[in-house]
Write a protein that binds this ligand. Sequence first.
Ligand code: C2E
Ligand code: MG
Ligand code: MG
Ligand code: MG
Length: 288
Amino acid sequence: EAKRAGGRRAVTSHPRLLASALERTELERRVREAAESRDFELHHQPVVSLSDGRVLGSEALLRWPGSGVGPAEFVPFLEHSGLILEVGAWVLDTALRQAAAWAAQGAPLSVAVNLSPRQLVDTQLVERVRSGLAAHGVPADRLTLEVTETTLLRDVDAAVETLAALRATGVHVALDDFGTGYSSLAHLHRLPIDVLKVDQAFVRAATVSPRDQAVLRSIVALGHELGLTVVAEGVQEVAHVHLLRALGCGRAQGFLLAPPVRSEDVPRVVDVPPVGAGSPTADDLRAD
Ligand code: C2E
Ligand code: MG
Ligand code: MG
Ligand code: MG
C-alpha cells in the first residue's frame, strides 16, 4: 500500500497519509477477524407501498455490531480480500432462514439480498441460491437479488448470462443504486432484471430543483416503459412521498417510511401508516 502511494519516504513524510494507511490496515485486520468469528448481523429495511403503506418486502443489510462502521465502509474490504464470498453466503443463508421464520409467523414477506461483484462471478452462485431456497423452503419468487450497475458493467455478457440463470430459478433481480454507475442506459434494455431501484441522490434532488425533478420523472418512466418495478431509495421527507406518488412510483424505501430493523422485528412492522395520504397537490409537484 505504502509503495503504491509513492514509496516509503513519501508516506512517512505525510503523517496524515500514514495514519490513514494504518487505519485502513487496522480496519482490514478487524474485518477479517469479524468475518472469521462471524460477528455480523443482518438487519432489514422494509420496502413500502406508497399507495397504502403496506410492507411489500424487505432488504437485508449487513451490520457489524460494536464496530462503529457501516457496510459502505467495510464491504469493500470484504470484497477486496475475497472474504465476501464466505460472508455473502452467510448473508444469503441467514436472509432465507429469517424469511422462512417470518412466513412461519404469518408474514410471508419477500427478502432482497445485495450481491457484490465477486459473488456475481462466483460459478457456485446459482447453485447456492437454488440450494438455499430449497433448504429453507422459501419460494424462489420471494427472493430478490440486488446488483449494482458497476458490478454488471465489468463484463456485461457474463453478467447477463448469470442473471438470466438466476431468474430461471424464479428469483427476481434488482438493479440497485440506478443512475450512479456508468453508461447504464446503453445496456439497461438488455439486462435480465425485474426491478429498478432509483438511487437516493435522485430522490433527494428532485424536490429541490425542477431540472432534477425532470431527471427523476424520466427514470421512473423509463423503468415502467421497460416493464420494470420501480423502487425509490432514500425517502426521508413527506415531500418525497408526494412527488414519487405523483410521478407514478408506487414503491419506496427510506428512513421516513421504515428504518432498518432487527430480523425479529420485521413481522411487527407490517403496518406502516400511510404517509401523506391523498392526492398530490400542485404544491407537491412544485420543486423549489
Ligand atoms: P444499498 O443496497 O443501496 O442499501 C441502501 C442503503 O441506504 C442502506 O445503507 C440503508 O440503511 C440506507 N438508507 C435507507 N433509507 C435511507 C434514507 O432514507 N436515507 C439515507 N441517507 N439512507 C438510507 P447501509 O445499510 O449502510 O448499506 C450501505 C451499502 O452497503 C448498501 O447500499 C449495499 O451496497 C452495501 N451492503 C449492505 N449490506 C450488504 C450485504 O449483505 N452484501 C453486500 N454485498 N453489500 C451490502
Ligand atoms: Mg441494495
Ligand atoms: Mg440501493
Ligand atoms: Mg443506494
